[in-house]
Design a binder for this molecule. Structure first.
Ligand SMILES: [Zn+2]
Length: 183
């Protein structure tokens, strides 16, 4: 049996364009350390949306390419439950932010806190790896990013979306700063 041999030019393999990501990398080498650069060390950002670089005169940091597969494997969003209870739902009555009232309008109470935490983490991770984040303030505590999330109104009419605040941590981690940072 003969198989027809393909003699034409090999076509370039069709691969979907992979998003380009970088890892902020701080190099010590006995040089002066910038506190902000130290906080950025190891953090992943989209190549088109990273903190201003170089960060300061004589910044020795580099932006190393990170394979998108590595971003996907490592990315995770985590939060302290206390950001929801007592903070967001004001279960101690000590908060004056009134955020619990907004959530109540949308049908959410303390009984939904665990669900809300998991859902906010899930959406934030998804948006982060999709590059759907906005850079916020950077200081000695680290680089903040804002991520919009959407939840259904529990009375059944439509959705509500709001901004959540995160701190970028090394190796694809993001940690929740504020579960409701504004609409
Ligand atoms: Zn630097």
């Amino acid at each position: 049996m003969y198989y027809k041999r393909y003699t034409g030019k090999l076509l370039p393999q069709k691969t979907a364009e992979q998003p380009r990501w970088v890892q902020w990398t701080h190099h010590s080498e006995g040089k002066t350390h910038c506190e902000e650069c130290l906080m950025l060390d190891g953090c992943f950002f989209m190549a088109s949306n990273h903190p201003p670089y170089p960060h300061h005169p004589f910044c020795h940091c580099t932006l190393e390419p990170v394979d998108y597969a590595v971003v996907l494997i490592n990315a995770s969003a985590y939060s302290d439950y206390r950001k929801f209870d007592p903070y967001l739902f004001n279960t101690t009555g000590l908060q004056t932010h009134n955020k619990e009232k907004l959530f109540k309008e949308w049908g959410y109470t303390i009984d939904d806190a665990r669900w809300l935490q998991a859902e906010i983490e899930r959406q934030a991770r998804e948006r982060y790896v999709s590059g759907q984040y906005e850079l916020g303030k950077l200081n000695m505590f680290g680089q903040r990013i804002n991520i919009r999330v959407t939840i259904p109104k529990k009375d059944g009419f439509g959705d509500v979306s709001f901004v959540t605040g995160w701190m970028v941590k090394p190796n694809g981690q993001i940690k929740l700063n504020t579960p409701y940072g504004g609409k």
